[in-house]
Design a protein around this ligand. Structure first.
Ligand code: ADP
Length: 622
């Protein structure tokens, strides 16, 4: 018989290295992972057998068994599921197929102190068996095949493959335990682990005793049991199992919908962010069952993508068991279920806000940026979604709701002001905010990537318009009518000199800006840029440009606002005749500093530097 040697994919070797060298406190989870795989393998075959009965043969009762051999120091986990052929073994137990996982392992192996906890975030799966084993043999026969294959490895650089004479379909995994791991040879210990982690598995789990097999789990699908019979622990373990998530759920929703469409769903909202939350495919991870039979965990119809952080299962009574995965697209039953689940989840989130604000706060911090995608994807739900939204704001350390914002508005404020940027801290330094700060008018600080997209689409909240403070005109004095921080009226003479300065700046900067005007929003900075009323917000324009969207021949010109109270502007306005050259340079420097404050790149940094140098030299002349 020939034995083939294969190298592990580099990421697998890295992962195995982390696993073998970690002082992992939850060693016992290896059993959970292997049982989960065995149960998944049975689910897969049960699904395939709907269209091809022959695959089951005479062996139609699925089960998973665990046998201990104290003498040889081995544990064997055996299932009669779908099995793996030679190619499956190479692919499944030699590479890492999950999208995004490989780069994640790269990151984890670079972070020596936290590597295992990082790796734990996506579940080590089969490879976790190397925490306790120094050799693993996987004997498998794929359903429908006649030749079985064995995979053997000590979990270092390579594995070997050879033919075997396995007669019954399925997979048999034998772990040879490392020195010091003998506790796992105790039947009681294994039984306790199974009860703890795998009691919800819907297939019988058998312990092989001397002369018989004994069932050690409940073996009914957890979601079919009455809520009152299910403990919190059991819900948690089911969540770990279906979601492949290591944290505990923040929210658990178990309910049955009856009526025109009947289904049961057991849904979880994680308490931490799954690592692939912002993966470009934005897939949901709900599992679809039909009458207790697993159909797929890749059904985009089941949940809108702005709820893709929700985990769990949906079990439908109305779909045909033999529905093909292709037929799930545009399926009217599924779209009804989707509506039902969406409504339920949003409704429960709404309740949670009042029932447990702390928990809701955490949930929003984790998933708010995703939920807000709903404003863009399904604006018809804006009332409901806005009710869930929380925002950072200038005047509040805690995130606030739109109602809180609107309730705190002064009588004369008729708009909801916002500014969009990278981070709260950076935004708080924006020159455009200065006047709002001085007059104590609150502004929403929007910092999520999705904010750029929903804001231009949705104009108002309960008929109060959203207004960008980096666009158009604002009359802060009118809003803060009662405030002491009112700007003093300019006298006629000052007004004239300012107007003349503005005229000069306009002429000098005619290629750079569309207009120059006195600002209402500046108190400390000398200048800032704003977009004109009908123009795109400055940041959105930049974002689209970064994404390579055609913005026309050149970026649209902005309006430069000047702060008439700023000493520099005052001095410039009073500049005696004959200083035209100085004013020219100053005009460009003002524009350039406004660009820099905006986070924009300068078109011509070299000219900027020589202008600065010129002024520095002049300053030293004194
Ligand atoms: P995951 O279960 O998260 O996909 P694992 O590393 O645990 O990752 O397993 C990798 C793959 O190997 C599984 O997706 C499955 O296709 C296959 N596999 C593992 N165990 C079994 C088994 N007992 N029977 C059939 N296939 C299995």
């Amino acid at each position: 018989m020939t034995v083939e040697q294969h190298q592990f994919q580099a990421e697998v070797s890295k992962l195995l290295h982390i696993v073998a060298n970690s002082l992992y406190s939850d060693k016992e989870i290896f059993l959970r992972e292997l049982i989960a795989n065995a149960s998944d393998a049975c689910d897969k075959l049960r699904y395939d057998a709907i269209t091809n009965k022959d695959l089951l043969g005479s062996d139609s009762e699925f089960k998973v068994s665990i046998a201990i051999d104290k003498e040889n120091k081995t544990i064997t986990i055996c299932d009669n599921g779908i099995g793996m052929d030679k190619n499956d073994l190479i692919k499944n137990l030699g590479t890492i197929a999950h999208s995004g996982t490989a780069s994640f392992i790269e990151k984890a192996s670079a972070d020596k102190d936290n590597s295992m906890s990082l790796v734990g975030q996506f579940g080590v799966g089969f490879y976790s068996a190397f925490i306790v084993s120094d050799q693993i043999t996987v004997k498998s026969l794929k359903a429908g095949d006649s030749q079985g294959w064995s995979w053997i490895s000590d979990g270092t650089g390579s594995f070997s493959l050879e033919e075997n004479n396995k007669k019954n379909r399925g997979t048999e995994i034998t772990l040879h335990l490392k020195e010091g791991e003998e506790e796992f040879l105790e039947e009681i210990r294994l039984q306790t682990i199974v009860k703890k982690y795998s009691d919800h598995i819907a297939i019988p789990l058998m312990m092989v005793k001397e002369d018989k097999e004994e069932q050690i789990n409940n073996a009914s699908a957890l979601w079919t049991r009455p809520k009152s019979d299910i403990t919190e622990e059991q819900y948690k373990e089911f969540y770990h199992h279906t979601a492949h998530m290591p944290d505990d759920p923040e929210l658990t929703l178990h309910y049955r919908a009856e009526g025109i469409i009947s289904y049961t769903s057991l849904l979880f909202i994680p308490s931490s962010r799954p690592f692939d939350l912002f993966h470009p495919d934005r897939q949901n991870h709900l599992k679809l069952y039909v009458k207790r039979v697993f159909i797929t965990d890749n059904c985009s119809e089941l949940l809108p993508s702005y709820l893709r952080f929700v985990r769990g299962i949906v079990d439908s009574e109305d779909l045909q068991l033999n529905i093909s995965r292709e037929m799930l697209q545009k399926n009217p039953v599924l779209s009804k279920i989707r509506q039902g689940i969406t409504k339920k989840i949003l409704g429960e989130l709404e309740k949670l806000q009042d029932k447990n604000p702390e928990s809701y706060k955490k949930l929003w911090e984790n998933f708010g940026a995703v939920i807000k995608e709903g404003l863009y994807e399904d604006p018809s739900l804006k009332e409901t979604l806005f009710n869930l939204c929380r925002f950072h704001s200038l005047n509040s350390d805690e995130m606030i709701s739109l109602d809180q914002y609107v309730d705190a508005m002064p009588e004369n404020q008729k708009e909801i002001f916002y500014i969009i940027g990278e981070s709260k801290e950076a935004l708080k330094r924006s020159p455009q905010l200065e006047g709002f700060k001085a007059k104590n008018i609150d502004v929403l600080l929007l910092t999520d990537a999705i904010d750029d997209f929903w804001v231009p689409m949705i104009t108002d909240y309960k008929e109060t318009n959203f207004t960008s403070i980096t666009r158009g005109k604002v009359d802060l004095d009118k809003i803060a009518e009662s405030s002491d921080a009112k700007k003093t009226e300019l006298d006629k003479e000052t007004k004239q000199t300012l107007d003349s300065l503005i005229g000069k700046l306009k002429t000098e900067l005619q290629d750079e800006v569309s207009d120059v005007r006195i600002s209402e929003r500046l108190t400390d900075s000398a200048v800032c840029l704003v977009a004109d009323e009908g123009q795109m917000d400055i940041r959105l324009e930049r974002l689209l440009k970064q994404q390579g969207k055609d913005m026309g021949p050149s970026p649209t010109k902005k309006i430069m606002e000047i702060n008439s109270d700023h000493p520099l502007i005052k001095r410039l306005a009073d500049l005696p005749k004959g200083q035209e050259l100085l004013l020219k340079d100053a005009a460009h420097l003002l524009f350039e500093q406004a660009m820099l404050l905006e986070g924009e790149k300068l078109m011509n940094p070299k000219d900027f530097v020589s202008r600065i140098n010129h002024f520095m030299e002049k300053a030293m002349d004194v």
